[in-house]
Design a protein. Structure first.
Length: 187
């Protein structure tokens, strides 16, 4: 009677809960299948992208705060986001969700890699969406495209302030910096 060789599958990390190991294995198999279909294994590693540590520590809101300003504090660090106003004096409101964060990552990456403050985007909206890594509708049409344009206007017209406070009000220090996402822009 011959004995079968032991199963040579790699063991999941010990920190993973036993209930999650099957799901993780399934995700890994699906990822490998997608990569082989797309041929991305031959493409090498994905491009490097940059993001400011300040916005990692305190990021833009995930859902619409429905206000012209938003404040988030994490320990000694505070992020303040305020909107600009349109030509009628109506606030654009605060940018939120994944699209403004993708756009900021694209802008920061471009500035770090080129040392240029001016960013030339694609000649069409769909090309811009592909460039920033947006995976939805690349035509920019319909209700979803309108929401994306609205988020872009909120982001480009808004301003962001960072504040770090240490110690007490009487015996401490505070450092603050303000920036406009875009001094000028043309779409």
């Amino acid at each position: 009677m011959t004995q079968q060789p032991p199963d040579r599958k790699p063991k999941p990390a010990e920190r993973v809960h036993p209930d999650d190991r099957g799901r993780i294995a399934a995700f890994n198999m699906a990822s490998q299948a997608i990569q082989s279909l797309q041929g991305s294994a031959a493409q090498g590693k994905p491009p490097t992208s940059y993001y400011t540590p300040l916005l990692i520590q305190c990021t833009l809101p995930h859902s619409d705060p429905k206000t012209p300003y938003w404040v988030k504090t994490n320990g000694e660090f505070t992020l303040k986001v305020s909107s600009g106003i349109d030509k009628a004096g109506i606030p654009y409101r605060v940018p939120y969700g994944s699209f403004p964060r993708l756009t900021l990552a694209y802008i920061i990456t471009h500035v770090v890699k080129t040392s240029e403050r001016r960013i030339e985007l694609s000649s069409n909206f769909g090309g811009f969406l592909k460039a920033i890594g947006y995976t939805g509708n690349h035509k920019g049409t319909g209700a979803k495209g309108q929401r994306i344009r609205e988020q872009l206007m909120r982001l480009l017209n808004g301003n962001i302030a960072f504040e770090i406070a240490q110690g007490s009000d009487e015996a401490g220090q505070m450092v603050s910096g303000k920036l406009d996402v875009a001094d000028t822009f043309a779409l």
